[in-house]
Write a protein that binds this ligand. Sequence first.
Ligand code: SF4
Length: 198
Amino acid sequence: MTDFTAVEKNLKARGYEVRQFATGAEAAAYLDAAMDGVTVGIGGSATVRELGLYELLARHNTVTWHWEQPAEEARRSAMTTEVYLTSVNALAETGELVNIDGTGNRVSSTLFGHRKIYFLIGRNKLAADYDSAVWRARNVAAPQRARQLQAKTPCAERADRCYDCKSPGRICRGMVTLWGPMAGMEAEVLLIDQELGL
Ligand code: SF4
């Protein structure tokens, strides 16, 4: 069992609501009960896909996700939903959330545009400190995603590390660190004791 005690304390000190779940299924059930009849946007997230949240929430909410709908339009309309769901590329035990993005829709939505945002974070995303979190985001999450996408980048073949490429197909175009929730947006972190996402 993962000890989330320190990271939960540090996240709460930064202003996040925090909940712990033993499994992704429990986290999904919690979210399913937490919203009804609202508009929900989803960022590019293998975690959200693994939890089946699009199908679950779309039964009784208006859900927009560019992984399930025409991408360009869905990316834009997901930016103004009441609720937004995403994971992170890494979470520092000290409480910083780190996300890398290629098109910017996901990181933008962590900064502005929603009444409430939920961060769904599996135990594999946890890093000991901020530098380790940035290292993880750049050298673990991004190369694995490049490999999934069969990107024409030096990291895609072996998914072993970032080469800080200048490739036209580079998927890492910006990195956002959240020191805390943005002013005016509720933010809840769901810590899940299960390996989820990249
Ligand atoms: S910057 Fe380039 S090499 Fe590094 S992870 Fe991103 S796509 Fe791969």
